[in-house]
Design a protein around this ligand. Sequence first.
Ligand SMILES: [Zn+2]
Length: 167
Amino acid sequence: MLQMKVCGDLVLRTVCEPVNQITPELLSTMDTMVNMMREQNGVGLAAPQVGFASRFLVMMDPDSETVYRMINPVIISRGEKSCTMEEGCLSVLGPDGLPVYANVTRPESVVVEWMDEQGVKKAAQMSGLPARIVQHETDHLDGKLFIDYLPAVRREMVMRKVRKYKR
Ligand SMILES: [Zn+2]
Protein backbone atom coordinates (compact mmCIF):
# COMPACT_ATOMS: atom_id res chain seq x y z
CA MET A 1 0.00 0.00 0.00
CA LEU A 2 1.31 3.41 -0.93
CA GLN A 3 -0.04 6.57 0.59
CA MET A 4 -0.66 9.66 -1.50
CA LYS A 5 1.30 12.64 -0.18
CA VAL A 6 -0.44 15.98 -0.32
CA CYS A 7 0.59 19.62 -0.33
CA GLY A 8 2.36 20.45 2.93
CA ASP A 9 4.32 17.19 3.02
CA LEU A 10 8.04 18.01 2.79
CA VAL A 11 8.78 15.08 0.45
CA LEU A 12 6.97 17.07 -2.26
CA ARG A 13 9.56 19.84 -1.83
CA THR A 14 12.61 17.59 -1.94
CA VAL A 15 15.06 17.38 -4.83
CA CYS A 16 15.01 13.63 -5.45
CA GLU A 17 18.04 11.34 -5.74
CA PRO A 18 18.78 9.43 -8.96
CA VAL A 19 17.85 5.75 -9.09
CA ASN A 20 21.08 3.74 -9.26
CA GLN A 21 19.66 0.24 -9.35
CA ILE A 22 16.48 -1.22 -10.84
CA THR A 23 15.19 -3.54 -8.13
CA PRO A 24 12.06 -5.73 -8.01
CA GLU A 25 10.77 -3.34 -5.30
CA LEU A 26 11.14 -0.39 -7.67
CA LEU A 27 9.27 -2.23 -10.43
CA SER A 28 6.43 -3.24 -8.12
CA THR A 29 6.24 0.32 -6.73
CA MET A 30 5.86 1.63 -10.29
CA ASP A 31 3.13 -0.96 -11.00
CA THR A 32 1.26 0.19 -7.89
CA MET A 33 1.67 3.80 -8.99
CA VAL A 34 0.18 2.99 -12.41
CA ASN A 35 -2.84 1.46 -10.64
CA MET A 36 -3.21 4.46 -8.33
CA MET A 37 -2.98 6.83 -11.29
CA ARG A 38 -5.72 4.95 -13.14
CA GLU A 39 -7.96 4.64 -10.07
CA GLN A 40 -7.81 8.37 -9.48
CA ASN A 41 -8.24 9.25 -13.15
CA GLY A 42 -4.80 10.84 -13.16
CA VAL A 43 -2.40 10.96 -16.08
CA GLY A 44 0.83 10.94 -14.12
CA LEU A 45 2.32 10.18 -10.74
CA ALA A 46 5.84 10.91 -9.54
CA ALA A 47 7.76 9.07 -6.80
CA PRO A 48 7.63 11.86 -4.16
CA GLN A 49 3.83 11.84 -4.42
CA VAL A 50 3.90 8.40 -2.84
CA GLY A 51 6.72 9.22 -0.43
CA PHE A 52 9.91 8.30 -2.32
CA ALA A 53 12.55 11.01 -2.77
CA SER A 54 13.77 9.18 -5.85
CA ARG A 55 13.80 10.04 -9.56
CA PHE A 56 11.11 7.90 -11.14
CA LEU A 57 7.59 8.48 -12.38
CA VAL A 58 4.73 6.93 -14.28
CA MET A 59 2.57 8.70 -16.81
CA MET A 60 0.04 8.07 -19.51
CA ASP A 61 -0.47 9.67 -22.90
CA PRO A 62 -4.26 10.10 -22.71
CA ASP A 63 -4.66 10.00 -26.51
CA SER A 64 -2.81 6.76 -27.22
CA GLU A 65 -3.25 5.40 -23.65
CA THR A 66 0.45 4.51 -23.74
CA VAL A 67 1.78 4.11 -20.20
CA TYR A 68 5.37 5.17 -19.53
CA ARG A 69 7.45 4.07 -16.56
CA MET A 70 10.38 6.48 -16.48
CA ILE A 71 13.51 6.06 -14.39
CA ASN A 72 15.84 9.07 -14.08
CA PRO A 73 13.94 11.11 -16.69
CA VAL A 74 15.60 14.30 -17.92
CA ILE A 75 14.12 16.95 -20.19
CA ILE A 76 17.02 17.65 -22.52
CA SER A 77 15.37 20.36 -24.63
CA ARG A 78 12.30 22.54 -24.65
CA GLY A 79 10.56 23.97 -27.70
CA GLU A 80 10.47 27.75 -28.13
CA LYS A 81 6.70 27.86 -28.47
CA SER A 82 4.75 27.90 -25.22
CA CYS A 83 1.11 27.22 -24.47
CA THR A 84 -1.33 27.53 -21.60
CA MET A 85 -3.29 24.55 -20.28
CA GLU A 86 -5.27 23.75 -17.19
CA GLU A 87 -3.30 21.57 -14.74
CA GLY A 88 -4.21 19.72 -11.61
CA CYS A 89 -2.27 17.41 -9.34
CA LEU A 90 -3.24 14.41 -7.22
CA SER A 91 -1.20 16.02 -4.41
CA VAL A 92 -2.91 19.43 -4.60
CA LEU A 93 -6.44 18.83 -3.35
CA GLY A 94 -9.28 21.17 -2.48
CA PRO A 95 -11.86 20.89 0.32
CA ASP A 96 -13.82 18.24 -1.65
CA GLY A 97 -10.71 16.03 -1.87
CA LEU A 98 -10.48 16.57 -5.62
CA PRO A 99 -7.59 18.25 -7.47
CA VAL A 100 -7.65 22.03 -7.76
CA TYR A 101 -7.05 23.17 -11.35
CA ALA A 102 -5.31 26.26 -12.68
CA ASN A 103 -3.89 27.48 -15.99
CA VAL A 104 -0.15 27.08 -16.38
CA THR A 105 2.02 28.27 -19.28
CA ARG A 106 4.84 25.94 -20.33
CA PRO A 107 6.79 25.00 -23.49
CA GLU A 108 4.50 23.23 -25.96
CA SER A 109 7.06 20.54 -26.78
CA VAL A 110 10.02 18.87 -25.10
CA VAL A 111 12.55 16.13 -25.69
CA VAL A 112 12.85 13.74 -22.76
CA GLU A 113 15.35 10.97 -22.05
CA TRP A 114 14.81 8.25 -19.50
CA MET A 115 15.62 4.65 -18.65
CA ASP A 116 12.83 2.13 -19.00
CA GLU A 117 12.06 -0.67 -16.53
CA GLN A 118 14.56 -2.96 -18.28
CA GLY A 119 17.30 -0.35 -17.93
CA VAL A 120 17.18 0.57 -21.63
CA LYS A 121 17.82 4.20 -22.45
CA LYS A 122 14.88 5.83 -24.23
CA ALA A 123 14.20 9.24 -25.73
CA ALA A 124 11.10 10.85 -27.15
CA GLN A 125 9.94 14.15 -28.49
CA MET A 126 6.59 14.99 -26.98
CA SER A 127 4.17 17.80 -27.70
CA GLY A 128 0.74 18.85 -26.47
CA LEU A 129 -0.69 16.85 -23.60
CA PRO A 130 2.12 14.29 -23.07
CA ALA A 131 4.69 17.15 -23.11
CA ARG A 132 2.62 18.91 -20.49
CA ILE A 133 2.39 15.80 -18.32
CA VAL A 134 6.09 14.93 -18.50
CA GLN A 135 7.04 18.51 -17.52
CA HIS A 136 4.65 18.47 -14.58
CA GLU A 137 5.90 15.06 -13.40
CA THR A 138 9.65 15.74 -13.82
CA ASP A 139 9.11 18.98 -11.87
CA HIS A 140 7.96 16.82 -8.95
CA LEU A 141 11.40 15.16 -8.95
CA ASP A 142 12.93 18.59 -8.35
CA GLY A 143 10.50 19.45 -5.56
CA LYS A 144 8.44 21.73 -7.78
CA LEU A 145 4.64 21.94 -7.98
CA PHE A 146 2.52 23.51 -10.74
CA ILE A 147 1.26 26.14 -8.30
CA ASP A 148 4.81 27.57 -8.25
CA TYR A 149 4.19 28.91 -11.77
CA LEU A 150 1.03 30.80 -10.87
CA PRO A 151 0.91 34.55 -10.35
CA ALA A 152 0.82 35.33 -6.61
CA VAL A 153 -2.88 36.21 -6.49
CA ARG A 154 -3.93 33.09 -8.35
CA ARG A 155 -1.63 30.92 -6.23
CA GLU A 156 -3.16 32.34 -3.05
CA MET A 157 -6.64 31.45 -4.38
CA VAL A 158 -5.51 27.87 -4.95
CA MET A 159 -3.79 27.67 -1.56
CA ARG A 160 -6.91 28.88 0.20
CA LYS A 161 -8.74 25.85 -1.21
CA VAL A 162 -5.83 23.54 -0.42
CA ARG A 163 -5.80 24.63 3.21
CA LYS A 164 -9.44 23.63 3.51
CA TYR A 165 -8.63 20.06 2.47
CA LYS A 166 -9.00 17.62 5.33
CA ARG A 167 -7.28 14.25 5.21
ZN1 LIG B 1 1.46 16.56 -9.72
